[in-house]
Design a protein around this ligand. Structure first.
Ligand SMILES: Cc1cc2nc3c(=O)[nH]c(=O)nc-3n(C[C@H](O)[C@H](O)[C@H](O)COP(=O)(O)OP(=O)(O)OC[C@H]3O[C@@H](n4cnc5c(N)ncnc54)[C@H](O)[C@@H]3O)c2cc1C
Length: 372
């Protein structure tokens, strides 16, 4: 059999593309790990906000909001988003850093200054002397990433997609007008390749002779700690600290804390560095009233960026029938609905609002990508 679309990668990008493409043709998805979602997708902070990333990313987030609010019927059993809110606090000397965030305020997406006293009421474990200014965004939400990922997998399979794990793509070559995709123990044929391999996307591109899009995977660390007893953890907002990249958010009765690191890395099964964890524990104790006797869990994941930090979605300009769906950086979960729809629209040459708005801005042509 020759599939219309061969998708490489079973993270959120691959499964959402498989779901949209399966409406239009036969789809095969290959994932190298034992389970789909093992890498970046299973390691995110699971936040949705329109106010994150550069201007193009923010427009994509905005356009994805309607899918999250009203997913297709039967897609999932419970809402994909739940209200969280986000508080950004500034210590002395960092109040100016709140201005760009306040400038993003718009109808339906209000960002407002709040009194430091109110900030301390919302998050009692902040150090009062460290809160000189505060801004609140009510519209920041938690994403149920597992439901989103599973909804796409279930929906794609119902539309006829075949999705296989433990099938790492090792070689891709041309064979009688189609792509021959080889794994350790199988070979498959497809008319188009969708490269949704996350941190490995440039490696998949190299298999077909495509020029690199300059992808750099960057490690980000997360830890889980016990929330102070007196706090009703579930009700806390996410908390950003102006002038640093660090953030915290409640996570199933615990607090997730990240230093917001972005350490360049090769594509790999990332892990948290002991020194990063120690520095983070120290930072928590100096910035808040929380004591950190124990780290309950730690992990790291790779957020993969191209130089302009916008995703890369479109056909390669040098290698026919090879499609990039890569470079989702720190926003790949929240952008997934729109990027998957854009993938299907471009693969089927459909004119849509989404392709009109985003096709040029996200095209790999912006890197002058030519075959070697
Ligand atoms: C700590 C952290 C916090 C984050 N917070 C957020 C957030 O709050 N909100 C948000 O929207 N985003 C967030 N992100 C970003 C988000 O997780 C990513 O942008 C997104 O998961 C990328 O999805 P992906 O499918 O492209 O990559 P992945 O999930 O990494 O999937 C790529 C898949 O391709 C597979 N693969 C690779 N090579 C091959 C091969 N040769 N053959 C077969 N399969 C292969 C891999 O095994 C992997 O499963 C965060 C990321 C991190 C690390």
């Amino acid at each position: 059999m020759i599939y219309d679309f061969g998708v490489v990668g079973g993270g959120i990008a691959g499964v959402s593309a498989a779901y949209e493409l399966a409406e239009h043709g036969s789809v095969l998805l290959l994932e190298t790990e034992n389970v789909m979602g093992y890498h970046a997708t299973g390691r995110s902070a699971a936040l949705f906000t329109r106010n994150f990333g550069g201007p193009v990313v923010r427009r994509i987030n905005d356009a994805s909001a309607s899918f999250f609010a009203q997913p297709p019927s039967g897609f999932c059993d419970s809402p994909l988003l739940s209200a969280r809110g986000c508080l950004t606090v500034a210590s002395a000397g960092f109040e100016e850093e709140l201005k760009p965030l306040l400038a993003m305020s718009q109808a339906g997406e209000i960002v407002c200054r709040i009194d430091p006293k109110e900030a301390l009421e919302r998050v009692p474990f902040l150090r009062p002397e460290r809160v000189q200014g505060a801004v609140y965004e009510a519209n920041v939400s938690d994403i149920d990433v597992a439901s989103l990922h599973q909804g796409y997998i279930k929906g794609a399979r119902m539309r006829g997609a075949e999705m296989l794990v433990k099938q790492g793509v090792l070689r891709i070559s041309r064979d009688a007008g189609a792509w021959l995709i080889e794994t350790a123990n199988n070979s498959f044929r497809a008319l188009h390749i969708i490269n949704a391999a996350g941190a490995w996307a440039d490696e998949i591109g190299a298999l077909v002779g495509a020029r690199s899009v300059g992808l750099v995977p960057k490690r980000r660390t997360g830890i889980l700690i016990k929330a102070p007893n007196e706090i009703v953890c579930a009700k806390l907002p996410a908390i950003d600290f102006a002038g640093t990249d660090a953030y915290m958010k409640p996570d199933a009765g615990r607090l997730m804390v990240s230093p917001g690191d972005a350490t360049p890395s090769g594509p790999m099964d990332a892990w948290a560095d002991d020194m990063d964890i120690a520095v983070l524990a120290d930072w928590i104790e100096s910035e808040t009233l929380i004591k950190v006797p124990k780290i309950e869990h730690s992990w790291a994941g790779l957020r993969s960026f191209v130089p302009d930090e916008a995703p890369v979605v479109g056909f390669d300009h040098g290698v026919p029938n090879f499609f990039w769906l890569a470079g989702q950086g720190g926003y790949g979960i929240m952008m997934a609905p729109v990027l998957a729809k854009l993938t299907a629209d471009l693969c089927t040459k459909a004119n849509s609002e989404i392709s009109t708005e985003f096709a040029v801005a996200l095209s790999p042509a912006r890197f002058n990508s030519f075959a070697k």
